[in-house]
Design a protein around this ligand. Structure first.
Ligand code: 9WN
Length: 436
């Protein structure tokens, strides 16, 4: 991969400074102002970059996240810093996890989850320094927890009964206001009982964040889930979606568990089988019209027929059956072919695509990092290299933003965003080692 010498020598110190500043002693804040707690899938992405600076600290990041795991196996969306409860909503006082037997005694958490990229991260951290990992018995401690996490998703969360995990809230997708959830959210009342406060708007422009109407629905759903003790047995619960990105990460993480099991001298065959079963079940979500995978509304059986970055991510699954179609769609007018610098989060040809509104158009660095990995894996090295170069330059030139306009590169959301720094670092290291 060719990256300019100026970018190559600047990413490392700039990214390290951000990861240092956002480290709070046992985990990394996604962003010091906007996101003042520990977030689940952020921590896994951050650890994938941190492993290049300190494999030990990357392990700690995951250890502190796994300390928030519930007895039913779930790894929560957020582990709260109780001293900053006023700075983010909904916080610990909304979730009241201390009242539930299944939640841990010593930390307060949200009841929701986020996409399961953790086993993938654990395996990468181990590989970065197997001796250090062995000394800390990192894999031995993480493996049973990760198995319990996946079991939770493939049993309690298989609300559709088709071998895919359902999300119960847009926040669980990590792509909060993606157009994939629009139709299903129509069935959700827009008014919650809780008074909604928006500390997020102190740190990001309202035009770049979900609307108040979106938040009304988000809070209504969160209240309903909380008031049913977060037990996943609420028969009339109105928002259950099978997300192709969430389930892709589950399959990729099952493949990581297969490797972890082998390293521990255990039989990993069941994990390979699970990954294959998830990939097979995902096939039902392929939409010929839009040329990628889409989400299914478990409550109605309807497909949300929209082209989003979530629907391209199954390209990360080795031997995915629709590889050729996915590459065609990713490089066609809906995504990169529309003269985009990075892969947008939503179909560039859609009339409601908004290049600066959160998950409804902008390009995100974690998604583009996954697309670089997917292209490289599919043998599309030219694409992978081009995308990685653009991501590195845009990250560095814009103080590691949360997301950017995919056409102009204009930064949006917060800056000094931890996963942007960590994943840029990872891309740079791969580039230096000729892995891209
Ligand atoms: C809700 C922390 C998180 C990311 C999500 C991103 C955003 C939170 C929010 O920030 O979501 O979880 O308040 O908007 O959408 O992917 O994990 O960085």
């Amino acid at each position: 991969m060719t990256i300019s010498p100026q970018v190559a020598t600047s990413i490392l110190p700039a990214a390290v400074r951000i990861l240092e500043a956002n480290w709070n002693g046992s985990y990394t804040l996604p962003a010091a102002g906007l996101y003042p707690h520990q977030w689940s899938w952020d921590s896994a992405f951050i650890a994938m970059g941190l492993r290049h600076i300190s494999p030990r600290r990357a392990g700690q990041e995951l250890d502190s996240l796994l300390a928030g795991q519930w007895a039913d196996g779930r790894i929560p969306q957020i582990i709260f810093d109780v001293h900053r409860d006023q700075d983010y909503s909904p916080g610990a006082s909304f979730w009241r996890s201390e009242l539930l037997d299944a939640s841990p005694d010593d930390v307060l958490t949200a009841g929701l989850v986020q996409p399961p990229n953790h086993a993938w991260a654990v395996w990468k951290i181990h590989q970065a320094d197997p001796v250090e990992s062995g000394r800390r018995r990192f894999l031995q401690r993480a493996y049973p927890r990760l198995v319990a996490w996946h079991e939770y998703l493939l049993t309690r969360r298989d609300r559709g009964g088709r071998g895919l995990a359902s999300i119960v809230h847009p926040w669980e997708s990590g792509t909060d206001n993606s157009p994939l959830w629009d139709e299903a959210l129509q069935a959700v009342p827009a008014e919650s009982r809780h008074t909604i406060v928006r500390p997020d708007l102190l740190h990001a422009d309202a035009t770049e964040r979900p609307s108040h109407r979106d938040y009304g629905r988000y809070f209504w759903l969160a209240e309903r889930y909380r008031d049913h003790d977060c037990d996943d047995a609420d028969a009339d619960y109105p928002f259950l979606m099978e997300d192709p990105a969430f389930n892709t990460l589950l399959a990729v993480s099952e493949l990581a568990l297969e490797k972890i099991a082998a390293e521990l001298g255990l039989d990993g065959a069941r994990h390979a089988k699970a990954a294959e079963a998830i990939a097979g079940a995902l096939e039902e979500l392929f939409d010929e019209q839009v040329g990628c995978y889409v989400a299914r509304n478990v409550c109605t059986g309807r497909l949300a027929s929209k082209a989003t970055i979530n629907g391209l991510l199954p390209l990360l699954i080795p031997n995915v059956r629709r590889r050729a179609e996915l590459i065609q769609t990713a490089t066609g007018v809906r995504f990169l072919g529309g003269a985009s610098l990075l892969v947008p989060s939503y179909d560039a040809t859609a009339t409601d695509m908004d290049p600066q509104l959160y998950w409804r158009g902008p390009a995100w660095f974690n998604m583009n990092w996954m697309m670089v990995t997917a292209f490289a894996q599919a043998g599309e090295t030219g694409r992978a290299t081009e995308l990685a170069s653009a991501a590195l330059r845009l990250a560095l030139d814009n103080d590691f933003p949360e997301y950017v306009n995919p056409w102009t590169g204009t930064p949006h959301g917060t800056r000094k965003f931890s996963w942007t720094a960590a994943l840029a670092l990872d891309l740079e290291v791969d580039a230096v080692h000729g892995l891209l």
